[in-house]
Every structure is written in C-alpha cells, then in structure tokens.
Design a protein around this ligand. Structure first.
Ligand code: NOJ
Ligand code: CA
Length: 712
C-alpha cells in the first residue's frame, strides 16, 4: 500500500540549509549551498559523521557547467512507507520506507537553468540523484565529468578492486584508503580485458570500515542510460570523487532533458549484517516493467561447462584458426575429438538433471565459431543459430522435453555487441522454436563498437536492449562480463542473475579466488543483485585432471556447499561434473535439496573479509537452509535457530568440514551429522581454514524424532 505524505514546499529565501532525518531518526542528511554557490550534502549516523560536506555537480561539453552559481528555488520533503513483493528474492516482501528531500536549484546566470537534487534517506542509508527537468534552455547536453564527492572522515579500511571500465573480474584487496594501489594487480593473461586506469581509482560497490566501527558502502542504483561509476580516492584528504566510464571520444554521457542520473548510494551501519540485509538498492529502482512475470522462474542447473574450464573438453569443434561465419563448411573440418557439446554428452547431462531434480542444462560450445572466437577483435564471430555437426538441436529439444528438463542457451558474443544486436531477434526466435527460455550471454574481449568499454553508456544500454528484447520472447538472461547490476533486475526481473565479478571459474585456470573472496562479495558485487558464481565444486584440485596443474579452488568442499546460501541467486549452478557428484552422493544431497528462492533471510553474523553466516527460509516451504563461511582462518560460527517455528522439531543435516580439513592441505574432507533441533537450539559450527558449513533444516516426523539426538 502506498503511503506518501507530502510535507512542505517552501520558497527560496528560507532554504539555504536543510536537514532531514531517516524514519528511525538515526541518520541525518543535510543539504546546503556553499558561499560560492556550490551544492553540497553531508551524512551522519547518530553522533558519528559518515560523509563530511561533499560537493555535487557536473561538467558539460561546450556549455556552462552544473558546478556552481546555484540558488535554491524550492524544497520539498515527503515520507514514503510502503512495500512490494519481488518476483524472485531473498524475502517475500520488501519494505520501502524513506524520507525524501527534493531541492530545485536554479542557475540565475545561465538563463535560470534548473537542476533538481533528490535525496532519499532510508534507515540504512541514502540515495541521491541529479534530475534535469524539461526546460527551455536545456535540451541536449553531454556530460564530460560528474563531480560527486564522498568526503570520508578518515583513512578507512577498504575492500576494493582496481578501477577498470572493462572488467570486474579482479580479486579483492583489503587496505587502508591511503594504501590503495590499483597497479598492484598485474597478473597478465588472467583477465582478458583488464585496463587499469589510475593508481587510486577503485570500483563500486566499495565497502569500508571506519576506525570508529562504521561499515560504509558506496555504490549506485538504477544504472540506466548512463555510464557506470568508479571512484577516485584523494589519498590525503580521503575524499572520493565519481569517475564515469568514457566513450571512444572521451565523453561520458549523452543526455536529453528530461533526464536523470542513477542514484548515488551510501549505506551505513555499526553492524556489518545490516549492510547485507539492506534492500535500499532495490527500493531505489523502478517497479517491474514486465506485466506478466509468470514465466520468470528460479532455476538450479548443471551444464557442459566446467569440463572446458578444467581443460578436459573444448568449446571448439576443430583445431583451426581461420573460420568465417557463413563461409566455412563446418562438416569438412576435422573434429579435434575433445568437443564438449555433443548430442550424446548433452543427453547424459539431461539424464543426470532429470534423475536428481535439476531444472535445466546449460550447453556451451554448441554453435559454430569457437575456433577463432577470441583475441582478434573480430566482428562477426557467431550467428547463434548454427550448431556444430555433432550437436543435434531438434533431437535434443525432443529429448529434453521428454525428460522434463529445460536447456539453457549459450550466446558468447565475444563482446561484439553490434553483431549480437543484429542477430538478437533471429537468435531469440531460434531459442523459442527449440524450447529454450533462458540464455547465458557473454562479453569476453574488447567491445565492438570498437573503442567502447563494457561499463560505458552505450554498453549499459546494450545489456538492457538485450534484456528487454528477451522479455518480449519470455526469455530470462544470465549475462557474463556485463556491467555490474545495480538493482535493475527489479525493473526487468528476467535479468535472472548476472556475473560481473570474479566467479568460481577463475579457480580452474588462474591464481584463483583467495579464501576471503566469498566473504567480501556479499558486501560488494551482491549489493547490486544476484550473481551466477557457479558454486558446488567437489573435485577441488585441478591436478585431478592433469598432474601438471597446480590450480585449485581456494575453499573446502563444505564451503562450496555453504555458498548456495551465503550467495543469493535465483539461478544456481551445480558446477562440477556429474561424475564428481555421483562419487559423493551424501554431500551432493545438499545441492539437490537447497532452495534458490526464499520467503525470508537472516544474516546471523558477518564481517567483510572474515566471515558470513546466513539462514534462509525456502519459498512456500517450512524448510530452512543455513550457510556459514570463513576466510583463511578457522573459526566457530554461532547460529541461534530462533527463527524456527517454536512449536515444532526439525532435522538439521550439517554438512561441515572434517576436523582435519583445510582449504589447501585437505580440502575435500567433510562430515555429515544429523540432529534434532528447535527454535532454542544454538548451532556451533567449526569451520576449517578456508572452510564452511551448510545445514538443511526440515520438519521432523514423529518417527524421525525418535531416531535422532537433540543437538547440544
Ligand atoms: C566467460 C564466462 O564467464 C564463462 O562462464 C564462459 O564459459 C566463457 N566466458 C566462455 O563463454
Ligand atoms: Ca567471466
């Protein structure tokens, strides 16, 4: 129910400085115009300052800037308190409660040009944005720089990845702001498109912790028709300034009034868990633009995928390097004998999915073009409709349907967005004709249009063009290497889960993801939306596939299970090979059981870089799942089960690290225990270094109650 109360509209003279309080009165946001007519804001949490006076403004191409010369024309405040139900989510209902301050500014020296700053102050933070209403003296304008400042109170501890407009696939650093050095991460060949920009620029979301115990998260929401934002850090004054992804001629954003920027967001609390339970980013996005959402479904899937990453199969059919779409006679090529996406192997996966209750099977490498797909900045790499000679689309459609399993399409664009846009309708029509209703897309490599970057305005629009076109065909989209999501999946719920961070695949072929990686991701990448991280690797060391390999997953097996709960996604892969699951049916049981869509979520404990313990209630079921993970240090996670229905006993199956488990020395040692638990139980879960624990909690029948011990 909408509950919006409009309070005041005041006239210019009264308005120089304004302060609003959050609904719970803990946060205070002040706005003022400085003596030199620059708009600025500041934010405090109780008595503690979070953001010191910070300036706001924009520079424009060939036009007077929106930096200074402002007078306040009017101010409005209002209170909103309502709620909405996400299509898929961590909780059934999301509360949306904020006080809004809308400041209309005029530039008397520039024909009274108007800019509006809108602040929405929630109990857990603030979002603000620039708006440019329709007006006589402002129509088209080009943003060359946004000058949004975040003046921090000191040299906070920060969890960051290097600023880069072409990739987010970095491992995290934890340093003081003054020690940020983006040039540190030089691992050539690991990330296909790494292009570091400046030593002191980092990506958002950036998570910080102040020495007085405040957790501060800076990000953005509702990134639409605008470039993504990184921040440049002044390492002496601790002021962050927005840095936008540029286009090939150095411009940042092309605007036409009426226009608005994404929200700039600051989430703050003295409890780390509050950062993770915040729904502010989603609340700042527009409601669903898709009227009928009945076809948008959560999914657990397996796929012909990890075998390519570990090197036992290939995407390409032949080992040649000069193929051309529309010209090459694929049947005439000599198969390399390692092609993963064959009809037979796909049937094997379909059988596996049907047997163990998975919704879908992803197949990568099914379509022609992989022979020279990467590294040539080639425009027409794939056509998305021509299968290799050993992949029978029609037969697999029939077979999957018979088994009640969906196939997930794969569209690697190799970052040639122009080619992909030309093919979109044909590609989606082909999918529907063959029974596919979800696609994993990919943007590996340098972008075409050449000179554009993954996070620029043109590409931000491209990803959404693909998503909205897909919605016309009732297709869900899982994009890899896109710009990171900013809650836009509220508006387009067919954005089922995106990658946009360093996923589990890096563990297969690079220096990998250090043990603290998954304890940071919820505070950073996951702030914007679900991620296709692809957990569930059981065969941890790559030497299993090739004795020469030293790569490994940097977790224990039990932690791989816990990730299904600590990382929210309505699309979850069981990423390992079927053979590896069938070798460990007892541990595999957790992956079969765990839900992917939820009625409720409790963040029980969390500390960025150290640990996360999360419990979630399955959608429309009296079942709970709990995941606890730690970094490279062993710890004991404490999980009070007070959220359980007090009238009932439950069976908890605890999938934990064996006493001698260790992510590096002994990662695959796990043990499974079963106990009776109830709402008074406090679980104490011993996590190995780099370890974790996963727990399923289901109502116990009378028979089961007799056979099991109460947890103590
Ligand atoms: C990168 C994606 O993240 C990965 O999952 C995929 O297998 C490869 N690109 C090939 O498309
Ligand atoms: Ca990737």
């Amino acid at each position: 129910m909408l509950n919006r109360i409009l309070f005041i509209t005041l006239c210019a003279s009264m308005l120089h400085a304004q302060t609003i309080l959050s609904p719970n009165k803990k946060l205070a946001l002040s706005f003022s115009v400085t003596a030199d007519s620059v708009p600025q804001y500041q934010l405090s949490f109780g008595k503690r300052s979070v953001i010191l006076p910070s300036r706001l403004g924009m520079e424009l191409r060939n036009m007077p800037s929106f930096l200074s010369g402002f007078a306040v024309a009017s101010v409005e405040t209002s209170l909103t308190n309502d709620s909405w139900d996400p299509v898929l989510g961590e909780v059934k209902t999301i509360h949306n409660n904020y006080r809004e301050l809308k400041v209309t500014l005029k530039q008397p020296a520039v024909h009274n040009r108007t800019m509006i700053l809108t602040f929405r102050l929630f109990d857990e933070g603030v979002g603000f944005r620039y708006e440019f209403p329709k007006q006589d003296d402002l129509n088209y304008f080009t943003v060359t720089d946004e000058r949004t400042e975040f003046a921090l109170t000191g040299d906070h501890n920060a969890f960051w990845i290097p600023g880069d407009f072409d990739t987010n696939e970095y491992a995290y650093f934890e340093t003081k702001l003054s020690d940020v050095d983006a040039n540190k991460d030089r691992r050539p060949g690991e990330i296909f498109t790494a292009s570091l920009i400046s030593r002191s620029m980092v990506q958002t979301p950036v998570q910080m912790k102040s020495s007085d115990g405040l957790y501060i998260n800076i990000f953005e929401a509702a990134l639409v028709n605008y470039p993504a934002m990184c921040v440049e850090i002044d390492q002496k004054k601790f002021v962050m300034t927005s840095k936008l992804a540029p286009d090939p001629v150095g411009n940042k954003a092309y605007m036409q009034a009426p226009a608005k920027t994404p929200w700039r967001t600051i989430i703050v609390s003295d409890k780390a868990a509050d950062i993770l339970s915040s729904k502010m980013i989603l609340n700042l996005n527009e409601p669903s633009k898709i009227a009928d959402v009945s076809w948008i479904k959560p999914m657990k899937y397996v796929g012909i995928w990890w075998e390519m990453h570990v090197g036992v199969a290939s995407w390409n059919y032949a080992d040649v390097n000069n193929v051309k779409i529309g010209e090459t006679d694929w049947k005439s090529l000599r198969p390399n004998g390692r092609h993963g996406a064959t009809t037979a192997r796909t049937k094997y996966y379909i059988d596996f999915a049907a047997k163990y209750g998975f919704d879908a099977v992803l197949v990568e490498g099914w379509n022609v073009g992989w022979e020279d797909w990467f590294g040539n900045w080639k425009e027409n790499v794939f056509d998305f409709v021509t299968p290799y000679p050993d992949f029978d689309v029609a037969e697999l459609h029939r077979y999957a349907k018979e088994k009640g399993v969906k196939l997930i399409m794969h569209h690697e664009t190799s970052a040639s967005a122009t080619n992909y846009e030309r093919q979109l309708d044909t590609a989606y029509r082909f999918m529907k004709a063959n029974g596919y209703d979800a696609v994993k897309s990919g943007y590996v490599g340098r972008i075409i249009p050449r000179g554009e970057v993954h996070d620029g305005q043109w590409m931000v629009n491209h990803y959404l063009r693909a998503v909205t076109k897909a919605a016309e065909y009732k297709i869900m989209v899982n994009a890899h290497e896109p710009v990171r999501p900013t809650g836009v999946q509220r508006t387009y719920p067919n954005m089922i889960a995106w990658e946009a961070a360093r996923g589990n695949e890096f563990n297969a072929w690079s220096s990998g993801n250090p043990p603290f990686h998954e304890t940071i991701l919820p505070f950073t990448r996951f702030m914007g939306g679900p991620m296709d991280y692809t957990p569930g690797i059981f065969q941890i060391k790559m030497s299993y596939y090739d004795p020469k390999k030293t790569e490994q997953v940097h977790t224990t097996l039990a932690k791989q299970l816990a990730l299904y709960v600590t990382m929210y996604s309505p699309l979850q892969m069981a990423a390992d090979l079927p053979e590896n699951y069938e070798a460990k049916p007892d541990a595999f049981q957790f992956i079969k059981d765990v839900a992917v869509d939820w009625d409720d979520t409790k963040i029980l404990e969390a500390e960025p870089g150290d640990y996360v313990t999360t419990a979630r209630k399955a959608k429309n079921k009296e079942e709970w799942y709990l995941g606890a993970i730690t970094d490279e240090n062993a710890r004991t996670a404490t999980a009070p089960l007070a959220f359980l229905n007090a009238k009932q006993n439950y069976i908890a199956a605890i999938y934990g690290d064996a006493p001698d488990a260790h992510w590096e020395k002994n990662p695959m040692a796990y043990k499974i225990d079963r106990y009776l638990v109830n709402s008074k139980t406090i679980l104490s879960l011993r996590l190995a270094p780099g370890g974790g624990a996963a727990v399923s909690i289901k109502p116990a029948s009378k028979d089961e109650e007799r056979g099991l011990k109460l947890y103590k």
